[in-house]
Design a protein around this ligand. Structure first.
Ligand code: SD4
Length: 324
C-alpha cells in the first residue's frame, strides 16, 4: 500500500465517522422535536385511570408513578369485575390476581395468583424495587405483600359471588368476546422526560381453572417496555397472547421501524393466522406507545377501545379490528 493510498483510506474513514455522528444527532433532534409532551393510555374505556395517570405526568411525575396510579384506581373499583376488588373468581370461588410493571430502566416486577390483596400492581412494583426477583407467586407473593404492609381483604364482593353461584348452575366455561373480562387494564405512559413505563393488572379470566395464570403478569406477553423504542400491553384471551409473546413482538416491530399502529396490526394478524377459525371465538387487543408519544390500538374483533389522555384531553377511542 502506497503512502498516498494509506492517507486516502484514513481520510475516507474520518469522513464516514463525521457523517455518522452528524446523522445520529439529526435523528435525535428529529425524535426530540416530535415529542409532544406527556401521554397516558389504557386498554378499554378507563377515563378515570388515564386521568389519574395524566395528573401525575402533568405535575412532572414519572411514567412509572403514573401507570401505577392509574391501575390502582381500577383495582380499588369494586364495579370492575376483572380487576382487584370485585374481580370474578375462579371455578372454586377464589379471586386470584395477576399483575406486572416495567420501568424505563428495563426493571420489572410481577405477581401471579395473588389472593386477598387489592393492589396487585403495587405489590408487583415492590417485587421490582425491593427484591432481587422479577416474579412472586401465590402464597409467597401474599406473604411478601403482608410484610410490605399491604392490608389483607376479602376480594369476593357480594355481586361477584352471586354471579359465580349463578355460573355454577351450568359451569359452562366459554370466555365471551368483549363481554367477560372487558376491563382488564394495561397502561402505558410517557413522561415529561420522555421516559416510558407500563403496568398491567387483572383478576384474569372469570371461572378459570384454579391455578390458571394468564398473560397479564408475564413480561413480554401482557406487557413490555423498552425505553429506547416504545411499550405495548395486551388484553383478551391470555393463552393466545402468551403463545405469541405479543407485547414483546410489538416493541420489536417498532424497533424495526413500524409505527405503534402497524406493530399492533401485525401482532394481531399473526395471532389470527396461527389460530385460523378459532380466532372467531376469542378476543385479543393490543395498545402501543412509542418514544414520540404516537400510539396505536388493534384487536381481532370490534368492541375494543383505547383511552388516551394527553395535552389535548382525555378520550376513549374505538380500536380498529381485524374483523369488522
Ligand atoms: C387474562 N388477559 O388473564 C387476561 C384477561 C383480559 O380482558 O385481559 N381480559 O387472560
Amino acid at each position: 500500500m502506497t503512502l498516498k493510498y494509506f492517507f486516502f483510506i484514513k481520510l475516507l474513514g474520518l469522513l464516514m465517522l463525521l457523517l455518522t455522528v452528524g446523522c445520529q444527532s439529526k435523528t435525535e433532534v428529529a425524535s426530540k422535536t416530535a415529542f409532544q409532551g406527556p401521554i397516558s393510555i389504557g386498554t378499554w374505556n378507563v377515563p378515570e385511570a388515564t386521568s389519574a395517570a395524566y395528573q401525575v405526568l402533568s405535575e412532572g411525575g414519572s411514567a412509572i408513578d403514573a401507570v401505577e396510579a392509574g391501575c390502582r384506581l381500577e383495582e380499588a373499583n369494586e364495579q370492575g369485575q376483572s380487576i382487584g376488588k370485585g374481580g370474578l373468581p375462579d371455578r372454586e370461588g377464589q379471586v386470584t390476581l395477576d399483575a406486572c410493571i416495567m420501568d424505563s430502566h428495563g426493571n420489572s416486577g410481577s405477581v401471579v395468583y395473588l389472593k386477598n390483596i387489592v393492589h396487585a400492581v403495587s405489590v408487583a412494583r415492590k417485587v421490582m424495587e425491593e427484591t432481587p426477583h422479577v416474579m412472586l407467586a401465590g402464597a409467597g407473593a401474599k406473604q411478601f405483600a403482608i410484610e410490605q404492609g399491604f392490608p389483607v381483604e376479602d376480594l369476593l364482593t357480594d355481586r361477584s359471588k352471586a354471579d359465580w353461584e349463578k355460573w355454577k348452575e351450568t359451569s359452562l366455561y366459554k370466555p365471551i368476546i368483549n363481554i367477560e373480562n372487558h376491563d382488564t387494564i394495561g397502561m402505558l405512559a410517557l413522561d415529561e422526560n420522555g421516559d416510558l413505563s407500563g403496568a398491567c393488572t387483572t383478576s384474569g379470566l372469570a371461572y378459570k381453572m384454579a391455578g390458571r395464570v394468564g398473560d397479564s403478569p408475564i413480561i413480554g406477553a401482557g406487557l413490555y417496555v423498552d425505553n429506547e423504542i416504545g411499550a405495548a400491553t395486551a388484553t383478551g384471551l391470555g393463552e393466545e397472547i402468551v403463545k405469541n409473546v405479543g407485547s414483546f413482538l410489538i416493541v420489536e416491530l417498532m424497533r424495526q421501524g413500524k409505527s405503534p399502529q402497524e406493530a399492533c396490526e401485525i401482532a394481531i394478524n399473526r395471532i389470527v393466522e396461527r389460530t385460523g377459525e378459532r380466532s372467531k371465538d376469542f378476543q385479543v387487543g393490543f395498545i402501543a406507545l412509542n418514544k414520540k408519544g404516537e400510539y396505536g390500538a388493534y384487536a381481532i374483533h370490534p368492541g375494543f377501545s383505547v383511552t388516551k389522555h394527553d395535552a389535548s384531553g382525555n378520550q376513549n377511542i374505538p380500536s380498529p379490528s381485524y374483523n369488522q
